[in-house]
Design a protein around this ligand. Structure first.
Ligand SMILES: Nc1ncnc2c1ncn2[C@@H]1O[C@H](COP(=O)(O)OP(=O)(O)OP(=O)(O)O)[C@@H](O)[C@H]1O
Ligand SMILES: [Mg+2]
Length: 318
């Protein structure tokens, strides 16, 4: 980490991908994507099912080879992530891969032993991690007896046993209840505060907003946009949105013209119509003149979900 000014810190790239591609048979799952992940940041990958997020994660954590383009980690060009780099990684795969024959704490200890940890140090660390994931009461339970969300939390705890420098989290909070999700966010923030680099995929826009310093939006093997959550919102969508949730036949047929005339943008989503504008209040006032009942509408500031809908929706139309 190089300090240049009090208010500006330049972070080194810890992972660099250039024109990274992957094909399965004749199908091109990743179409040559490029990104840099900086040391100590949380870098997110958003995208629909099948966008190529896990394919990218698997190449980073060494479950899949780099066949096209380049991937560098810690300044070293990788074809298949070597053991000395793997030992610096914490891995939360999308699919839980716990050992069902072991207890909760044994899962941590057996995994820790792979990194040369043992004895009281390993036991202490395992217990600390169980506490941080709210699993202290499950220490001696069998893995099979855990609910889906508890298993997920154990996978996250296990990923941290070797005090990794980079943690790769492929949908870490899918299936977690809101409290557990906050617990995970708290842990991720505390890891970031000690300089750990986080790489996260998620379908939860709030999670990306809360945790990610920068992120990319992927679609069908390509990167559509990159930036901080705030930058993306400012760059990709107008600042306010009015959501219309009403039957299609009660929406004025010339709504698009009306909205565009008012310098707004209109987006059809599955369960309604979203109107984007510079001045939410001004457009809100026009709704009545347009015959749209305000009780069927919601005015709110635009967020990352709007960015996602706009970018990936456009991708689908094209
Ligand atoms: N081993 C494989 N063999 C064949 N096709 C694969 C394989 N792994 C992934 N794919 C295909 O590659 C594409 C990208 O898959 P990937 O798992 O990376 O998507 P994803 O963005 O992680 O999606 P999700 O949000 O559903 O997890 C998909 O079309 C998928 O079907
Ligand atoms: Mg995936």
């Amino acid at each position: 980490m190089v300090h240049v000014r009090k208010d500006e810190i330049i972070l080194n790239n810890i992972i660099t991908a250039q024109a990274l591609g992957k094909s399965y048979g004749g199908f091109r799952a990743l179409k040559g994507i490029s990104f840099n992940i900086k040391e100590g940041e949380c870098f997110g990958f958003l995208g629909h099912n099948g966008a190529g997020k896990s394919t990218t994660m698997r190449m980073i954590y060494g479950l899949s080879t780099v066949d096209e383009g380049t991937l560098s980690m810690f300044g070293q060009k990788i074809i298949l992530t070597p053991p000395e780099i793997k030992s610096k990684l914490g891995i939360v795969p999308q699919e839980d891969n716990l050992d069902p024959d072991l207890t909760v704490i044994e899962n941590l200890e057996v995994y820790g032993a792979l990194f040369g940890l043992d004895g009281s140090k390993l036991r202490e660390r395992s217990k600390e991690l169980l506490i941080s994931m709210g699993l202290q009461d499950k220490e001696n339970s069998s893995v099979e007896s855990l609910s889906g969300g508890l298993k997920r939390r154990l996978v996250i705890a296990r990923a941290l046993i070797n005090a990794p420098k980079i943690v790769v989290l492929d949908e870490p909070t899918t299936g977690l209840d809101p409290q557990a999700r906050h617990l995970v966010w708290q842990k991720l923030r505390s890891l970031k505060s000690i300089g750990v680099t986080l790489i996260l995929t998620t379908h939860y826009m709030e999670e990306a907003m809360q945790i990610c310093d920068r992120l990319v939006v992927m679609h069908e093997g390509e990167i559509l946009a990159e930036g901080s959550p705030r930058e993306l919102i400012a760059r990709c969508v107008l600042p306010y949105v009015i959501e219309l949730h009403m039957p299609a036949d009660s929406v004025p047929s010339d709504l698009r013209e009306k909205v565009e005339k008012a310098n707004g943008e209109i987006l059809q989503v599955a369960d309604g119509i979203f109107l984007y504008c510079e001045n939410g209040q001004l457009l809100w006032e026009k709704l009545k003149d347009w015959g749209i009942p305000q009780h069927a509408c919601l005015l709110r500031p635009s967020n990352l979900e709007d960015v996602f809908l706009k970018l990936t929706g456009k991708g689908e139309e094209e």
